[in-house]
Design a protein around this ligand. Structure first.
Ligand code: GLU
Length: 446
């Protein structure tokens, strides 16, 4: 009975949202976990809670015109999907990448709803972005784009309404330009309207590090539940952006040896452990390519193209982008002795890879749980903004550590309660869903 309900809901999602394959994938994965919940709670079926959760509360699509450095007019498309506000204001990042279209933003927004619920913080879920490609653009172009983007988006935002942050292609520099334009248009110094701000003007300590640190903490929790730890593990991290860099930093502090990371043109392997200062210099200061690493570290090797998942490791932290780790990569990793995967990116493993990890019984932390540290620390930033307070690095990191411990504990408890101990996909989906669904029920037919 419930299986056919779920199939019918999924068929309707496909019909209503054609040609949005990433959104379909994200919905499918959650729906597959919900059968035992619907069996126990007939009210979710009666009140069509699942169907309501799959439909965003509001979807905004807008034109973003701007002039490049040569004076040529450019036109991009901007998005903000305000998915669910049952638990708090819409919260979620902005992604600037040429691959962005409505299906990507909806998949990210949908994931964000459950992830944010898992953090236990008072935040709803949303996501936004643009098909703008920041690669090769000057600072001045980035600023003009951000200003034009915010000139439309500002009317939908507010510290109690919708609070964006960064994602791929949006970091501290972009948040600065976006905040400046919001402040100018509204004539309000509304610090809590954006998170990921600079430390000198309302930003929170640890926010930059939080997603990567959180993914490392989550790996540590999963391993501890199995009587192990990160100490002595060989770790491969994909990507070399903000999430990857700080995952490497925390994994290393916890005794792991991070030996490889990647960017869109290839990957670098340093068997002695990646030199973090050099990585930060290349990626954060120079905004350069990873291939430059081997020019300065002679014993390291750079592979152009190929898959970073070919590098043997015991712990994998996919921190690049969606669907970057497929079935074939999962098989290679498992053959090489993988014991844990902690996802720093959103939906980096394909459904086939997830199936293989779960079947192999390794520790698998899905993104909506493992990378929740970023948005959780955004909520801590909002908390500091609301109370006009500033916390120390140590205090904030301790809060993040506790939140990640709680996220893991609730996912593990739900997996146990619903009869599949250790299955954190099930645990994360059920926990997130029940928290959002119960709040929606309390609010009436919304
Ligand atoms: N983009 C991040 C995520 O995927 C952070 C969102 C936020 O801090 O609002 O969770």
């Amino acid at each position: 009975m419930t299986v056919s309900t779920i199939e019918a809901i999924y068929a309707e999602v496909l019909r209503r949202n054609p040609a949005e394959k990433e959104f379909h994938q994200a919905v499918r994965e959650v729906l597959e976990s919900l059968e035992p919940v619907l069996a126990r709670h007939p009210e979710y079926t009666e009140l069509k809670t699942v169907q309501r959760i799959c439909e965003p509360e509001r979807q905004i699509i807008f034109r973003v015109p701007w002039a490049d450095d040569r004076g040529e007019v450019q036109i991009n498309r901007g998005f903000r999907v305000e998915f669910n506000s049952a638990l708090g204001p819409y919260k979620g990042g902005l992604r600037f990448h040429p691959s962005v279209y409505l299906g990507i933003i909806k998949f990210l927004g949908f994931e964000q709803v459950f992830k944010n619920a898992l953090t236990g913080m008072p935040i709803g879920g949303g996501k936004g972005g643009s098909d703008f490609d920041p690669k090769g653009r000057s600072d001045a172009e980035i600023m003009r784009f951000c200003q034009s983007f915010m000139t439309e988006l500002y009317r939908h935002l507010g510290e109690y309404t919708d609070v964006p942050a960064g994602d791929i292609g949006v970091g501290g520099r972009e948040i600065g330009y976006l905040f400046g334009q919001y402040k100018r248009i509204t004539n309000r110094y509304e610090s809590g309207v954006l998170t990921g701000k600079g430390l000198g003007w309302g930003g929170a300590r640890v926010r930059t590090e939080a997603t990567g640190y959180g993914a490392a903490f989550f790996a540590e929790e999963m391993l501890a539940a199995r009587g192990s730890s990160l100490d002595g593990q060989t770790v491969v991290v994909s990507g070399s952006g903000n999430v990857a860099i700080y995952a490497i930093e925390k994994v290393t502090q916890l005794g792991g040896r991070a030996i490889a990371c990647s960017d869109s043109s290839g990957y670098v392997v340093d068997e002695r452990g990646l030199d973090l200062d050099l990585l930060k210099q290349i990626k954060e200061v120079e905004r350069g390519r990873l291939s430059e690493y081997t020019e300065r570290v002679r014993h390291a090797r750079h592979v152009t193209g190929g898959s970073v998942w070919d590098v043997p490791c015991t712990v994998a932290v996919p921190s690049a982008t969606q669907n970057e780790l497929d079935g074939e990569a999962a098989q290679t990793l498992l053959r090489n002795g993988l014991v844990a995967v902690s996802e720093g990116a959103n939906m980096p493993s394909t459904p086939e890879a997830v199936k293989l990890f779960l079947a192999a019984g390794i520790a698998y932390g899905p993104g909506k749980a493992a990378n929740a540290g970023g948005v959780a620390t955004s909520a801590l930033e909002m908390q500091q903004n609301a109370s006009r307070d500033r916390w120390t690095f140590e205090h904030t990191e301790a809060r993040l550590r506790d939140i990640m411990r709680d996220v893991h504990a609730s996912c593990a408890a739900a997996a146990e309660e619903y009869g599949d101990p250790g299955n954190l996909v099930l645990g994360a989906n059920i926990t997130g869903f029940v928290r959002v669904a119960d709040a929606m029920h309390a609010h009436g037919l919304v």
